[in-house]
Design a protein around this ligand. Sequence first.
Ligand code: HEM
Length: 205
Amino acid sequence: MIVVIFVALLTLLAVYKGKWVRNQNLKLYIGATVLAIIAFLLEDKVKIFEPFVQGFLGLSFFYIVMMTGALKKKSKLRIKFAGIRREYSILGFIFITPHALKYFVEYLNGEIALEWWGVATYLVMLPLFITSFMVIRKKMSRNAWVYLQKLAYVSYITLFIHLILNASNTPNLVVYLLLFVPYISMKIYREILEYTSKKKVLETT
Ligand code: HEM
């Protein structure tokens, strides 16, 4: 349930303080990394770090990133989200890493089975994370970068399956459905609109 609160807060941050997020991005990445390390180390002892390690905060960042592409083109919210998309995807990845590590360590200790859908999501997101940084992006051709971005859709599908299979209670399951079903419907609708408008342009030329 906490995901709903995080998504609302991150939306407000994007709308009212987007410029600040962009300007302070490096400081935010460093702060997030320090926090993620502390959360990973102290999760058992300090209750407040649980949402970090349980994956709720990382998921909330990714949800805004996902939603950006599904919103109406030129809508105010899409423009605001597009302005911080890169920062949120980097912060999401930083905050999801303690979660991935915790369950990977538990798997190595023989405490749990490996959660393959989670691992697949993380591995698909890894190249996207690395190429989010301008220094690396500049070394890639535009086509290669655009092609790589399409991998994000694969990670959204594996993430959805991961959440549905691992929701720890019914309210959480309902939240995941309420987040992903509108996303999937809106994204398909947007793609159909884009396809038909491109087709019209081709027919008239
Ligand atoms: C980037 C991707 C990932 C995201 C966004 C993510 C997100 C989440 C969230 C939000 C939950 C909580 C579900 C709930 O309690 O309702 C969860 C559960 C879980 N995740 Fe992930 N996860 C990711 C990757 C991984 C990876 C890489 C692993 C394993 C190495 C993993 C293992 C698990 C396990 C075992 C649970 C169940 C925890 C429990 O029983 O309380 N996840 N994940």
